[in-house]
Design a protein around this ligand. Structure first.
Ligand code: NDP
Length: 306
């Protein structure tokens, strides 16, 4: 059976950064990229808020370069999905693609999170063409335009107020007649004149043409159907952390985010570390994921030295 010192699960900014640091620390890391090499960032186009790129950077190019950097430093990056594991004792046992089992002295979980979508086919059709699940990433492209945000939680309110600073008008599409968000966030939304809340509305269809999103067809609670004209359609209905595989051993919060110890990447299982969006319900930015990947590799190095 193959034995590895440091096994990294996940090929996003957290995983690749962990691989860069672990390689330089001579841990000979093996990284499995999972189903979506490059992670969530590959669903967007240009990244303008990753430091070091004065003109922005193509998201796929950024992830390809992070991967190459890790490989150049010696990381063994492999295609493959971790399908099961046993973290009850060290060395940990991890099975890939239901066929290959490895033994790992340390494991860094960097499996990320996935934004929830409504499940409409038109929504998938226009992903990256006006449909986005990250206002901080993509809002800039809708300056002085009209957009909609779906959801009534803190994220939706935060994204709506952020977009209101850039866009001409922001609709919030809220399925109930109340917001779930904290009172402070609700006040902020109410105090923003170019936000209009469309209460008790559900999206039936995202409308568009070859150029991208042009509108949305909504249904009110009373059954009325109507269209709004928009250029951007933002989802803010929550995220799902990819932690299910590890839950029998690793402690998570009620939402499934892996709990790490204070400022470190330590989970409740000694030798298992978590980095990136799978342990971060709050910031969810590539730069934070990369930074926490660095922490996880440093923690793994220190753990192995002890
Ligand atoms: P939440 O689960 O809090 O809110 C999700 C929102 O989306 C709710 O309004 C929900 O409606 C709505 N929704 C869910 N599914 C659908 C659907 N299929 N169609 C239409 N609407 C839907 O998620 P958030 O991402 O907003 O927040 C996650 C956690 O992070 C929360 O604990 C939040 O407080 C926290 N957070 C804190 C921030 C801060 O303190 N600054 C900033 C951002 C998040 P309904 O209410 O009807 O269920």
């Amino acid at each position: 059976m193959e034995k590895v010192k440091c096994l990294i699960i996940g090929g996003g900014p957290a995983g690749y950064t962990a691989a860069i640091y672990a390689s330089r620390a001579a841990l000979s890391p093996v990284l499995y990229e999972g189903l979506e090499p490059g992670g969530q960032l590959t669903t967007t186009t240009v990244v303008e808020n990753y430091p070091g790129f004065p003109l922005g950077v193509d998201a796929n190019a950024l992830m390809t370069d992070m991967r190459k950097q890790a490989e150049n430093l010696g990381a063994d990056i492999r295609r493959g999905v971790v399908t099961s594991c046993d973290l009850s004792h060290r060395p940990f046992s991890v099975t890939v693609d239901s066929e290959t089992t490895l033994e790992a002295e340390t494991v860094i979980i960097a499996t990320g999170a996935t934004a929830r979508y409504l499940g409409l086919s038109s929504e998938q059709k226009f992903r990256g063409l006006g449909v986005s699940a990250c206002a901080t990433c993509d809002g800039f492209f809708y300056r002085k335009k009209d957009v909609a945000v779906v959801g009534g939680g803190d994220t939706a309110c935060e994204e709506a107020t952020y977009l209101a600073g850039l866009c001409r008008k922001v609709y919030m599409i809220v399925r109930r007649n109340v917001l779930r968000a904290s009172v402070a966030m609700q006040r902020k939304v109410e105090a923003t004149p170019n936000i209009e809340i469309l209460w008790e509305c559900n999206t039936r269809e995202v409308l568009g043409d070859a150029g991208g999103v042009t509108g949305a067809r909504l249904e009110r609670g009373n059954g009325d159907i109507f269209d709004i004209k928009i250029d951007g359609f933002f989802l803010a209905i929550g995220h799902n952390p990819q932690s299910a595989l590890f839950k029998p051993w690793v402690a998570t919060d009620p939402e499934g985010y892996i709990i790490t110890d204070g400022r470190t990447s330590h989970t409740n299982v000694e030798g298992v570390f978590a980095a990136g969006d799978v342990q971060d319900p709050r910031y969810r930015q590539a730069i934070n994921a990369a930074a926490s990947g660095c922490r996880a590799a440093l923690d793994a190095e220190k753990f192995l030295k002890q």
